[in-house]
Design a protein around this ligand. Sequence first.
Ligand code: SF4
Ligand code: SF4
Length: 156
Amino acid sequence: MITRAAKPAAIPSGTSPPRAHPPDDEDPLVDEARDALGSYCFTACKASCCRSGQLPLRTPVEVAVVAGGRRAALLRSSRLVKNPDGTSTLSLEQPCPRLGADFRCAVYAARPAVCREYPLFVFGARIVVAPACPGAAAGLLDAHLARLREKGYTII
Ligand code: SF4
Ligand code: SF4
């Protein structure tokens, strides 16, 4: 993330697409594209996706990873909301509790699925690029996205 090792991730407000398949089923080229963001994430961008929007959390384990011992407090403050479908959503109006001062993720190895996928979300043969990602907007993914197009993916 910055190497992706410090990476972040939250989906821009109002966007929390379901995933077509988990990262370990993904085409390795997709993850290579994510890795192309490199240190841009914690240097230039300063992990904006961990500091804005909404973080969709699919399971209680993901909630526990992100909230840690602050789960009850986050629920009381309404920063963390339980959804009717059993998932939860954390508001990132304040930075994610796991984002360090160096803009790296303190729970990188266990981070939620959406954090692993951001800013590329795969739906079969379609790949959605998060429009709020400055690294993508700056063209850092372009060469990789071109390779994915050549391979038959539609990039949105
Ligand atoms: S868990 Fe880590 S990667 Fe995900 S939003 Fe929080 S700091 Fe960012
Ligand atoms: S918004 Fe994009 S460039 Fe910024 S930290 Fe997240 S993935 Fe990296």
